[in-house]
Design a protein around this ligand. Structure first.
Ligand code: AHN
Ligand code: ZN
Length: 331
């Protein structure tokens, strides 16, 4: 009898606790949803920003297409009301050239203390070393280069047009000189140096504002390919695992789980590595991955296949809408 009474008591207790918790969560959910008006990301706009870059021609440093694209990106950012500055520097290359490079840096909501840093590279590769044809000709870089810039431009456009603003400020860095390291199997003049990611290496050691930091950063690289898959990359998981989980969970919750795969993969030396290591800002990389290919990059990578034909508005939207959701959910 005593047992039955205590069982009854425990059952009642459990039930009453549960229902009050449910109610509280319901109320919290409702108020959150009421306050949270996340603007819609336009895949069509992002696609246009990608196409415009590609139409200038390959954005290889020291070319007129590169200079014209710089002007275009600055003008787009300014048309959205962002504050823009450039960081100019010289860098030598693995094959003995000297390049004039420009990191393009912008911000919105500068009054906000808590800041999120969005980044992508805007230059493109001067050779198609993984192609079987025209290996010595530059690639369009529709995905490898233009897609990340296109998504970030539309994220800024959507926020600036929206009636409701996020609680955080956004900084943007478009890194130059990411994609012109030595071809696979060849080592650069100085093998101890990384000849890739020149813009992020420079910025991480020469920040545009001394002591600049951000709550966290998100790097986009090859985020526009049809049926893209983004896996949890090694350095992102090493330096910023909670940000990876937040972004992947958010994508899944809003219906983009088929792009953001719950699978941990190896280390990729991309711009985020230098931002983590030298700038000490936790930054993740959303980068297209193909687990079954030899080097884990999709088949367009560093070939002439990387043109507008592989760019998908749906993929651009999956990434951009996820970014907006993450940004607007920040307290
Ligand atoms: C290397 O292949 C050395 N790094 C990958 C980063 C990359 C290249 N992103 C675009 N192209
Ligand atoms: Zn590349």
């Amino acid at each position: 009898m005593k047992n039955i009474i205590s069982l009854l008591f425990i059952t009642l207790l459990v039930f009453s606790c549960d229902s009050s918790k449910d109610k509280k969560e319901e109320v919290a959910d409702k108020t959150e949803k009421k306050d949270l008006e996340v603007p819609a990301f336009s895949g069509g706009n992002a696609y246009q920003y990608v196409e415009t870059q590609v139409n200038f021609g390959p954005r290889v440093p020291n070319t007129s297409a590169h200079a014209e694209t710089e002007e275009y990106i600055i003008q787009q950012l300014e048309s959205f009301g962002a504050k823009v500055q450039t960081q100019k520097f010289e860098s030598d290359t693995y094959d003995g050239e000297v390049w004039n490079l420009t990191n393009i840096i912008a911000s919105i909501q500068p009054e906000k203390k808590k800041r999120i840093l969005l980044a992508a590279h805007w230059d493109t590769r001067k050779i198609a070393d993984k192609d079987t044809e025209r290996k010595d000709e530059p690639i369009d870089g529709a995905n490898d280069g233009a897609s990340g810039v296109g998504v970030i431009l539309e994220v800024i456009n959507a926020i600036q047009k929206a009636g409701s603003k996020p609680n955080v400020g956004i900084d943007i860095i478009f890194f130059d000189g990411e994609d012109n390291g030595e071809p696979q199997g060849l080592s650069g003049r100085d093998p101890s140096k990384t000849w890739w990611c020149l813009g992020s290496q420079y910025w991480s050691k020469n920040k545009h504002i001394p002591g600049y930091s951000a709550y966290y950063g998100i790097l986009l690289d090859m985020v526009g390919g049809v049926n893209a898959q983004f896996h949890k990359e090694g350095y992102s998981m090493k330096y910023a695992p909670t940000i990876v989980e937040k972004v992947w969970n958010t994508a899944d919750r809003i219906g983009y789980g088929r792009y953001f795969i719950n699978n941990r993969v190896g280390l990729i030396t991309d711009d985020h590595y230098f931002v983590n290591e030298f700038a000490k800002i936790p930054m993740i990389d959303i980068i297209a991955h193909e687990p079954t290919s030899g080097d884990f990059f999709p088949d367009f990578h560093h070939t002439h296949k990387d043109n507008m034909e592989i760019i998908s508005q749906e993929t651009l939207k999956a990434v951009g809408q996820t970014l907006l959701q993450v940004i607007y959910e920040e307290k």
